[in-house]
Design a protein around this ligand. Structure first.
Ligand code: F6P
Length: 374
């Protein structure tokens, strides 16, 4: 392995609060400690395909710690192996542009590439290493907290904070109007944001993908609360939740890549709940508000630790690994252990059990027991 003198860095997939902390830690550690240069690849892997890159200096990372998003830009349509090419007539087609990605890597004289992303981005990084020999180090990122092989991803804590704040606000107006409030949160196939914000925000019902639901126990919970003088209820709906025997709800499907974006379940549930309870129901879809804006202190620290340790892995030539939080420590784990394997909420686990003991309904209960327990 040759000496490491120049390192590329990119952010791929959906952004997450804390990305800039990672970039800052890499740039500062590289320039100040290791005396190596850093090239920022713009807009995820599409910057690698299109040769859109520039050197990052200490000035570039000054003041970015509290900033959400990513100064490098990102996209979830930049997979070099299935690159979306826009034709002159406005149509799109998918091509293999991974050779162009390799050329950009070589043109800039890069010795390593730090790839910050979720399972999709890390899988692409892994494939670029296997098929084109690009030496990759991974940094796991997602607000969904669904990556196997790491206890936490940065962005999750901020998303939970934002969703919890939304629940606090919905509580007051729900109580005034005697309404049922549905808050739909992100998380894809994982119910982590819903579970944690629901627990922190005192939700009465939490619907998550890992526990298929029926509306009967939800209605029973609303009635039980009504009977003891609380004529309002708060329901957190994970965007990926699904009714028992039913399907997830999608907001949109990308016509070229086939990528399906979840969203809209609460709008389907609202009229059903209104009819079954006789109470007014309102829907709030939190959307990208939970992904944007200032990262929490926890996410800044985790992002900084991940960035710093990822740089150390690159400098030590430990490619094919990603950084991961294991307990209190950041460790190196093979990227292949993190991809294609989701970390989901355990329906039988301690956190769900804790919430159930506090009266939270997940939609799989016997409705009579929900009424009896109040
Ligand atoms: O993976 C992060 C995430 O925010 C998911 O929770 C959500 O389903 C998806 O990205 C939204 O994607 P987009 O940014 O393309 O709307």
């Amino acid at each position: 392995m040759g000496e490491i003198r120049k390192i590329g860095i990119l952010t791929g997939g959906g952004d997450a609060p804390g990305l800039n902390a990672v970039i800052r830690a890499v740039v500062k550690g590289a320039i100040l400690h290791h005396k190596v240069r850093v090239i920022g690849i713009m807009d995820g892997f599409s910057g690698l395909v299109e040769n859109h890159a520039r050197e990052l200096t200490l000035t570039d990372v000054r003041g970015i710690l509290p900033r959400g998003g990513t100064i490098l830009g990102t996209t979830n349509r930049g997979n070099p192996f299935e690159y979306v090419e826009r034709l002159k007539d406005g149509t799109e087609r998918i091509v293999d542009a991974s050779g162009a990605a390799k050329e950009t890597f070589e043109r800039h004289g890069l010795d390593a590439l730090i790839v910050i992303g979720g399972d999709g981005t890390l899988a692409i990084g892994h494939r670029l290493m296997q098929e084109h020999g690009i030496p990759v180090v991974g940094v796991p990122k997602t607000i969904d907290n669904d990556l196997a092989a790491t206890d936490r991803t940065f962005g999750f804590a901020t998303a939970v904070e934002v969703a919890t704040d939304a629940l606090d606000r919905l509580h007051t107006t729900a109580e005034s109007h005697h309404r049922i409030m549905l808050l739909e949160v992100m998380g894809r196939e994982a119910g982590w944001i819903a579970l944690h914000s629901g627990m922190a925000g005192g939700a009465d019902v939490i619907l998550i993908p890992e526990i298929p639901f029926t509306l009967e126990p939800v209605v029973a919970k609303v009635w039980a609360r009504q009977n003891r003088g609380s004529a309002f209820s708060i329901v957190v709906v994970a965007e990926g939740a699904k009714p028992a025997g039913g399907e997830q709800v999608y907001a949109a499907v990308d016509p070229t890549t086939g990528w399906k974006r979840l969203g809209g379940l609460s709008y389907q549930l609202a009229p059903q709940l209104q009819e079954k309870t006789g109470l007014e129901v309102r829907v709030t879809v939190l959307g990208h508000i939970q992904r944007g804006g200032t990262p929490s202190a926890e996410d800044r620290i985790l992002g900084t630790r991940f960035g710093s340790e990822a740089l150390e892995l690159a400098m030590a030539g430990r490619f094919g690994n990603m950084v991961a939080l294991k307990g209190e420590r950041i460790e190196a784990v093979p990227i292949e252990n993190a991809i294609n394997r989701l970390k989901l909420v355990d329906p039988e686990g301690q956190e769900v059990a804790t919430a159930r003991r506090a009266g939270v309904v997940f939609g799989d209960e016997d409705p009579d027991e929900v009424l009896d327990s109040e």
